[in-house]
Design a protein around this ligand. Sequence first.
Ligand code: NCD
Ligand code: ZN
Length: 343
Amino acid sequence: MKTLTITKPDDWHVHVRGGAILKAVLPHTARQFARAIIMPNLKPPVATVAQALAYRQEILAALPVGMGFTPLMTLYLTAATTLEEIRKAAECEHIHAFKLYPAGATTNSDLGVADIKTVYPLFAALERYDMPLLVHGEVTDEQCDIFDREKAFVDTHLSAIVANFPALRVVVEHATTTEAVQFVESASANVAATITPQHLLFNRNALLAGGIRPHYYCLPIIKREQHRLALVAVATSGNPKFFLGTDSAPHLTSLKETACGCAGCFSAHAALELYAEAFERAGALDRLEGFASLYGADFYRLSRNTGTVTLAKMAWRVPLAYGDEEVSITPLQAGEQLGWKML
Ligand code: NCD
Ligand code: ZN
């Protein structure tokens, strides 16, 4: 049997939620990844060090006994974030970044930043403390076509942020377009990007293949084939500015399969398998380890993991749902056959 063994990977962008959903989804992430950057878009958002430490305890308490996993916490940047909170975060070993959500851009982003220029003093503080800024890079202008919102953000906001704060470490989260890829490639080594499995594997036809398919709906929305090809090219290129961030974003099936379904794909059940599929199709399985296990740790200035994981070329069928009667979550590729399986 064909197998692939790589250094244990990390997920540099994941939503694990809280309560019953946390219990249902966390074992999937903890099985595959040594560490993960935990997104702070809860209700209410995780906006202070005290809230992040309490959330970290909730995550650790939800871990199955004996499973080693390190949650790397982030804070939600709001117009009300204080310089004092940034200082406290910088001094806390468990806080690794701040997340910028343009207000209204995505799930639970209503407390995000409405006018990005007004938080420039906060960016200056992040730069001073060498605390990474993670960016949801989409404009929220409803006049802007949803497929153009990332490009518009790169042009109007990202370029200005990077020019004004050259020493600020910035991660363009879930990059989905040629324009975002080109921006990150040509920026300094302080600018990196995460890429999701769905944006490597699917183009926007998947949303409307024979009917409307809510489980492929996430934000930023999946784009045209030309963008997918640009993402595959850069993810498999060995460029250390691009690394794994699943953006696994579980929602109850009942909240996805409805008239106004939530944005987010749950991919934690098969994250590495999905990436392996994308890298194999590109003839670049030998580049998976750098993308999944090495470059992100280097960017965050954390040590690389020492353990390994092994994937086998082995067909299996993704279940139709995970969870139980109370919490039922439809995974990405539900009911489909995958070609790789983590052992
Ligand atoms: C995420 C979520 O559900 O929290 N949804 C998504 O479509 N990716 C939020 C986000 O990362 O944009
Ligand atoms: Zn996300």
